[in-house]
Design a protein around this ligand. Structure first.
Ligand code: CR6
Length: 817
């Protein structure tokens, strides 16, 4: 029999029929009335089927090539929506548009039916998802591993100007993208005790006795690379109770008691922790971390054993990347498996660990550097605490040998802080890894010079940098069809996987026709955003104004408050002089505050209050509008970023590790107003100092200013506009019925030293905004600068970033065609 022709996985002819079949067979629904959610789901299943076939082929090629694989361990992934991403990456857009139209829908409307998968807080989770896309596209064999939370990051509603949180039950209507592997459960242990015993050879060994167990069920989400030929997956674990429920209890009539322990187990994957203040001490969070790690290492080791080689070759087959300290307990878990279960000697096991792990640090904020009380850790994971203590003991011998008699240094470097008896997870990660990287050049320098200088001295060459990146597929090709079409028409389609090619646009900045087309694309996106804002908030915004945008989590260091001070000052100037020569502006601000973060929530209230006042003032109506965008999330970012003209990246220098929103905006042709912080510095170098608005203190100046004992009062007294704006906020100008509402914000500034140096950077920020206004009044010059921004963003592709990880950290070659 002749071999059948290789199937065309994209088969488009049958798409319409497939969709209808899935509506009937999987959803169990009628085709009429033609409900968009049903048809979205039908389309999703049709795409999923095509994807699974390609995924199976990719996995087979991994086994064939016996290649080393990377495991990206992350407590957070933030994919957002899948449908359009799959369709664009698989090159099926035209076919899908046609199929949707034949069924009486627009593809964009169907896509709007999907709920975001919001299994992350912000930048760190979104970065992980960009890296998945790039690994698949660049054919770097590997997987993402995480947790399938039932509830992602909360939904934000604005009620009377305040943030309210709603649970994000994102899978309430099921998800076509999650493939449950009910047949491959692993057991994960907690609690109990560590028990010593002597093995038949007379060797003293340890085992984990009397533990509780929870089952981990793998759930796969597929990740197609661009072009659709290489498909990888992330594997997210869902918790299940080990027994269903205890029959014995049930027979004794204690049904609720039996259910209770089931509920206790299943709680583990119930909800993502919002990055509220201290997460430490929250036992459930520690159990989540270990749950991810234990199930993942089981899976890795199963796969390793299946492929043949022994453990000495483990690091040649496996690279494990720790996405921040959250999965760092993996260092102790791998030691436990190698020593207690595989019976390797300590030194041999330790060498394997160190060659396997690498750690990415994502913040220098001291409150975010995780530590766990040793007794809590020891109660939940008794054997792991012993192992960490042993790692620590041996490590401190190393330190003592390098610096004899320096007890202070030993105390500072210890994994278990001898004073507080807390386990410093970053120290465990550094000691247990062969590479440690920061996420932008400045950040990596700060790690080496300020945060971990003694580790750097001890381990020369271990600290390195990989500047973050973003995927051009989602953040330009998919989110900005108008601009993508224009770019492809001029330079061809290869930029989507080779972003440096955008440099070919540079000469076109001089071409008036091209500039006109560029402006038209931006205007189309601004109109699209205006329709969205109208739909969501009932508010009309004018696409012929300057769209000035700040969207990101609400945090004092990100200084949304500085943005507000600019708005209030502009408002005052416009009231005094209605003919002021500035372009009309729409200021859009969005972001979630952690539910327990008092100050961030107050700042949201301030923004909504200023918006109410400014938008109701007829004297400035046509010149200035302020909008708070509720529920900032990935799918909203896809609409906001392509429409932005000015991107606000104004954190206190030295505090934003990298930022990735900054890259998305510049890639979409927004000009940045920002400080010399995080990746802004590298963006400035790439796009050119004249195509970006940089202001404010540098990281070194911030440090010096604080050290010198900064006095905000003097600064305010010397600046009439600043004093006026602060006075209005403090007196209740924007909230006349509650005049003291913003007193805590002002107290922070004026009585507690203005730690984030808002007042110090205020005047410089305003001057930078003056420059923004001047340039915007010259549309040709502004457009040329916008083109130069996009053209110079090649470096910030996550393809470049993952290739750097592959080469310098994972030691993995991308697979060939
Ligand atoms: N909050 C950094 O603050 C960085 C991302 C991704 C962050 C941000 O500057 O771009 O990570 N850090 O590297 C953490 O989450 C700890 C973030 O998203």
């Amino acid at each position: 029999m002749a071999k059948p022709a290789a199937p065309d996985f994209h088969q488009l002819e049958s798409l319409g029929e497939d969709i209808k079949r899935y509506v009937l067979s999987i959803l169990g629904n009628d085709l009429y009335p033609p409900d968009p959610f049903r048809y979205y789901s039908g389309l999703a299943y049709a795409i999923r089927e095509r994807l699974i076939r390609m995924w199976l082929a990719t996995q087979a090629s991994y086994y064939d090539s016996m290649s080393k694989r990377v495991y990206y361990l992350s407590m957070e992934f933030l994919p957002g929506r899948f449908l359009m991403n799959y369709i664009t990456n698989m090159g099926m857009e035209d076919g899908c548009r046609q199929a949707a139209a034949d069924l009486g829908f627009s593809l964009d409307d169907l896509a709007e039916e999907e709920r975001d998968a919001g299994l992350g807080n912000g930048g760190l989770g979104r970065l992980a998802s960009c890296y998945m896309d790039s690994m698949a596209t660049q054919r770097i064999p590997g997987y993402g591993y995480g947790i399938l939370y039932d509830y992602g990051l909360f939904h934000q509603r604005i009620v009377n100007g305040w943030q309210e949180e709603e649970a994000d039950n994102w899978r309430r209507h099921g998800s076509p993208w999650v493939i449950d592997r009910v047949e491959h459960l692993y057991e994960v242990k907690f609690y109990g005790r560590s028990e010593a015993y002597t093995d038949p050879q007379g060797v003293l060994r340890y085992r984990w006795a009397e533990a509780d167990t929870v089952m981990a069920m793998p759930c796969d989400i597929l990740i197609p690379g661009h072009g659709g030929k290489h498909v990888t997956n992330m594997r997210l674990w869902a918790a299940a109770s080990s027994t269903g429920f205890s029959l014995r209890d049930f027979n004794q009539g204690d049904f609720l008691g039996a259910m209770q322990s089931k509920i206790h187990s299943e709680n583990i994957s119930k909800v993502l922790y919002p990055n509220d203040e201290p997460i430490q001490g929250k036992e459930l969070r520690l159990r989540q971390q270990y749950f991810l790690v234990a199930a993942t290492l089981r899976d890795i080791i199963r796969r390793h054993k299946k492929s043949g080689p022994g453990f000495d070759e483990f690091p040649d087959q496996v690279a494990i990347q720790l996405n921040d300290t959250h999965p760092t307990i993996a260092v102790a878990e791998l030691m436990r498996i190698l020593v207690d279960e595989e019976f390797l000697g300590w030194d041999e096991a330790w060498a394997i660990c160190r060659r396997t792990f690498a750690y990415t640090n994502h913040t220098v904020l001291p409150e975010a550097l995780e530590t766990w009380p040793a007794d809590l850790l020891g109660r939940v994971l008794p054997r792991h605490l012993e192992i960490i203590a042993e790692i620590d003991r041996r490590f401190l011998l190393e330190v003592a040998a390098a610096h004899p008699g320096d007890q202070g240094r030993q105390n500072r470097l210890a994994i278990i802080d001898p004073a507080s008896r807390r386990v410093r997870m970053a120290h465990l990660a550094i000691v247990g890894s062969h590479k440690v990287n920061g996420v932008a050049r400045l950040h990596s320098d700060i790690l080496r010079e300020k945060v971990f200088p003694e580790f750097d001295a001890l381990y020369p060459g271990k600290f390195t940098n990989v500047t973050n990146g973003i995927t051009p597929r989602r953040w330009l090709l998919q989110a900005n069809p108008a601009l993508s079409r224009l770019i492809t028409a001029r330079i061809g389609p290869d930029w989507t996987t080779d972003l440096d090619r955008l440099a070919e646009l540079l000469p076109l900045a001089e071409d008036p026709d091209f500039r006109k087309d560029w402006r038209a694309a931006k205007r189309e996106n601004k109109k699209r955003l205006a329709r969205y804002v109208l739909r969501k908030s009932g508010m009309g915004i004018n696409p012929d104004t300057l769209f000035d945008v700040q969207v990101k989590r609400m945090h004092e260091y990100k200084r949304q408050f500085l943005n507000v001070l600019h708005v209030v000052t502009l408002y005052n100037r416009l009231r005094r002089d209605p003919h002021l020569a500035v372009p009309p502006r729409t200021v859009l601000i969005g972001g979630k505050a952690a539910p327990g973060y008092f100050m961030a929530k107050r700042i949201i209230r301030l923004i909504t209050a200023v918006a109410e006042t400014v938008n109701a003032d007829d004297a400035v109506r046509s010149r200035l509008r302020v909008v708070f965008l509720p529920n900032y999330c990935v799918s909203q970012a896809e609409k906001v970023i392509p429409a932005a003209e000015l991107s606000q990246q104004i954190s206190t220098a030295g505090m934003e590790a990298s930022g990735t929103g900054n890259m998305k905006f510049a890639l979409n042709g927004a000009l940045t107003i920002g400080t010399l912080d995080g990746a802004n510095i590298e963006i400035m170098e790439a796009v050119g100092r004249e195509n970006i608005f940089i202001f404010g203190l540098t990281a070194k100046e911030v440090e010096a200013t604080r050290a010198a004992g900064y006095d905000p009062g003097r600064r305010v007294a010397a600046d009439a506009e600043l004093a006026e704006a602060l006075d209005m906020i403090g007196r209740g100008y924007f909230t006349p019925s509650e005049p003291d509402l913003f007193a805590p914000i002002l107290d922070n500034l004026l009585r507690h030293g203005d730690y984030y140096l808002v007042t110090a950077d205020y005047r410089a920020c305003l001057e930078a905004q003056d420059a923004v206004n001047a340039l915007y009044l010259d549309p040709e010059a502004w457009t040329a600068a916008s083109i130069r921004n996009t053209a110079n963003m090649g470096f910030f592709s996550s393809d470049r970033a993952v290739l750097e990880y592959a080469k310098n950290i994972w030691n993995i070659e991308p697979l060939g065609e």
